[in-house]
Design a protein around this ligand. Structure first.
Ligand code: CMC
Length: 429
């Protein structure tokens, strides 16, 4: 930290330290600014505020670069497995064979959920959204494992909580699906890999042998890897913020799931398919819908377009678009909304409104078409995002705890009424 920034306020100069990251990114450390000058910084939506330093994920939005622990997303998506990427995110290094086997074994060991938990599912309304159920169920895990609430427990216990969470989330997600259908729950099959086991719990039936389709498992593996972390996004920041009060990991992740659910974040994948369907049912007049998205008096936005950080292209979207073509071809699926998506992309990318604002398809634009092709219902798309993002959330939480970061507590500039005296109700107009 040799560079300094000078800031002049009310005619006085203040020197502030500059922090430089391993990829040359620079930040002015303003932690002492208020003590020195009385000023705070103001940044709605944290558009230009670094909330932490992090060694997990590097993202360059201008160049369209995404790397987990230094490894390019393109290489991980093509060559790795979701479980291996989870290990990488959590531990900082790729595992050797022994480490991977041990990691996988620990996750398999914890894949069952307490039998009492199954009863919870019976009391949700029939049309309950699976993200609401998932968030509630993950939070409920903390009540089954009360030791998780002790922030000073030994690291072996913390590790077990992490294994439980990674192991049980797919089980909980699949139970909510089966419950919605009124089908019997499928127990995990620990002979299977992580992705295959999830497919077995989702689509298997006790009455018949379910054979996992390799192409489906491979597509899902890629999607989970692409969603596994994305540095300080809304849900990861939520996990870190909730965790910073020393609330337990299950509750912090449950809050992250709630944050992800919003249509501007992970919920966009459900919105995209619903939008494409609406366009189709409306006669596929794409210009009309693009104009709606551009109209400032119309609340409609083109879901799956735009990103806070990516201003050139979203590397995840590029991989997903190609995977989408491959998977649908391999499975012999002809989905008419894929054509609408392609045409919409083409029109938007040539339109000045989108060009000027640097709006490109994001990770959610094509992912839903793959989920749909492999049989995942639309309302579960964001649950799939949550399953993918889980190791990232945990890695972010772990880093925050290990770095002993203080409780998250932003400041504000008050703009309300100034001091005034209470009046008796009879004297009020
Ligand atoms: N359709 C139409 N206009 C848009 C869109 C869109 N999808 N996205 C941004 N804009 C416009 C916006 O109206 C604004 O215009 P102006 O400057 O004239 O006021 C300008 O582009 C900048 O947008 P912003 O809302 O200030 O940008 P932001 O960084 O605050 O928001 C975003 C980013 C992702 C929330 C936003 O682009 C959006 O709402 N996109 C649609 C929802 C979506 O696909 N979300 C998934 C994000 S990727 C997955 C994830 O990580 O969660």
């Amino acid at each position: 930290m040799s560079e300094k920034a000078t800031i002049i306020l009310d005619g006085k100069s203040y020197e502030l330290p500059v922090f430089v990251g391993s990829e040359g990114e620079k930040a002015i450390d303003i932690a002492k600014l208020r003590d020195m000058s009385g000023y705070i910084t103001l940044d709605f939506g944290y558009k230009n505020t670094g909330a932490t330093t992090s060694a997990i994920t590097f993202l360059d939005g201008e160049e369209g670069i995404l790397r987990y622990r230094g490894y390019p997303i393109e290489q991980l998506a093509a060559k790795s497995s979701f479980i291996e990427v989870s290990y990488l995110l959590l531990n900082g290094e790729l595992p050797n064979q022994r480490q991977l086997d041990e990691f996988q074994g620990n996750i398999r060991y914890h894949s069952l959920v307490h039998e009492d938990m199954k009863r919870f599912f019976e009391f949700f309304p029939n049309n309950a959204h699976p993200m609401g159920i998932l968030s509630a169920m993950v939070n409920s895990l903390s009540t089954f494992y009360p030791k998780s609430q002790d922030p000073h427990r030994p690291s072996k216990d913390v590790e077990r909580t992490i294994f439980r969470l990674i192991a049980k989330m797919p089980t909980l997600a699949a139970i909510s699906y089966k419950n919605n259908l009124g089908h019997p729950y499928m127990y995990p099959d620990n002979k299977l890999g992580y992705v295959e086991n999830f497919l077995h719990m989702m689509f298997g039936m006790p009455t018949e042998d379910y054979v996992v389709d390799k192409d489906v498992a491979s597509a899902l593996n890629t999607l989970l890897i692409l969603h596994a972390d994305h540095e300080q996004n809304c849900s990861a920041s939520t996990v870190r913020m909730v965790g910073s009060s020393q609330a337990n990991l299950y509750s912090a992740v449950s809050a992250g799931i709630a944050a992800l659910w919003g249509p501007l974040h992970g919920g966009a994948n459900q919105e995209v398919i619903e939008m494409l369907e609406a366009i189709r049912n409306d006669g596929s007049d794409l210009e009309k819908w693009v104009n709606k998205a551009k109209d400032k008096n119309d609340p409609f936005r083109l879901f799956g377009f735009g990103h806070r950080v990516y201003k050139n292209f979203d590397p995840r979207a590029q991989i997903i678009k190609k995977a989408c073509d491959d998977v649908l071809k391999k499975m012999g699926v002809n989905d008419p909304v894929l054509d609408i998506a392609r045409q919409l992309e083409e029109i938007a990318l040539k339109d000045d409104y989108f060009i000027e604002r640097k709006l490109y398809p994001n990770v959610d634009f094509y992912s839903g078409i793959i989920y749909r092709a492999i049989g995942i219902p639309t309302r579960m798309f964001t649950v799939m995002f949550a399953l993918g993002r889980l190791p990232g959330w945990i890695a972010q939480w772990k880093e925050m705890v290990e770095n002993k970061e203080p409780i998250g507590r932003p400041r504000q500039i008050y703009t309300g009424a100034v001091n005034r005296s209470y009046t008796a109700i009879k004297d009020r107009k």
